[in-house]
Design a protein around this ligand. Sequence first.
Ligand SMILES: *Cc1c(COP(=O)(O)O)cnc(C)c1O
Length: 401
Amino acid sequence: MKRNADDKTKLSHLGRSPHDYHGAVNPPVYHTSTVLRKTAAEFMDSRRHRFDKGHLFYGRMGTPTHFALEEAVAEIEGGYGALLVPSGLAAIAVAILSQAQAGDHILVADTVYTPNRSFCDGFLARMGVETTYYDPMLGADIAELFRDNTKLVFVESPGSVTFEVQDIPAIAGAARQAGIAVVMDNSWATPLHFKSIAQGVDISIHAATKFIVGHSDAMLGIVIAADEALYRRIRETDGALGMAVGPDDAFLGLRGLRSLAVRVQRHYENGLALASWLAEHPLVERVMYPPLPGDPGHDLWKRDFTGGCGLFGVVLREAPGKAGFGALMDELDYFGIGASWGGYESLIMPTKPEASRTATEWNAPGRTFRIHCGLEDAQDLIGDLEAGLDRLATHLKKTGG
Ligand SMILES: *Cc1c(COP(=O)(O)O)cnc(C)c1O
């Protein structure tokens, strides 16, 4: 593999070496706990290297199936190494725990994935780590929130549910000067469209459950470290917690990764088509989608990202209650009602940004919902939404809402 090969080429070729496996195109799925050594000396040597990248010591710490996906994602994201964990939330937890201990303070963007907040407010608080949520619009001014014991800044861009774009290079610059680590949830952009490490991030995580697995059939997280020291801290933290990913799930992640570029491109095209259409709809106040010109995050997004996906939020002009959301969503043909995203199938769900922010206020005239555009035909999806919005309009007229 040439170092300067395009990501699309890398997706097809990284993480496999067929001729080590009798010519089989894909690495085999290693089902093993025990790994035998021929001599006591070999065993002791292997144990000493148990946290080395790509070293097989014991099933819990990963097998060649895991290493293949880790190597491929680390290379595309631009990091030293990566580690698979059982979910995106586990990736968040391991990344934070690798940096923070009792008595420390961390800064977390007010717009992060809600279970991330629950981890900070519950588990971390009990362990003696204090969290301050900050306005995601802060750039270099985040330095004003740094304390002597601040160890980490957590960024997520665009933010969950409301899709604010953060100025990551500015935040990373300020953090670097103060010796504070920057951890990023980069799930929206995938390793393809935001090069987190090059933009100054120390540790990047992905909910691989979403676009990397890509078929809504496995839970998986991945943590990418900028350098070897961070990588070892992450592996030791993960090792202490005893987290292990089944080899079949690692294989599904690797299988998903091969088609990531074409899938995400289609998600993105559908996202642009649906978001532009929705933005013009009379019931819609605005669409929260940085790739749309006019979105508050559009300029930063254009500066720092090389593409997008099909996940965005919608603010309605009105505030339909449960029955209103039912009118909009219950009869849709192609949108499943459910959490998560990144699969081939379109999804829709009501959201509630006001319920999960404390540093900033959420002011919108109406209620919000989120759409994940799947791989279906854009016109079919638009037709489906149009019918749903017609049902909502009829409902609002009837109820005077
Ligand atoms: C879903 C999600 C996660 C968590 O991933 P799981 O694999 O479901 O644990 C983390 N961050 C973001 C932004 C997500 O949307």
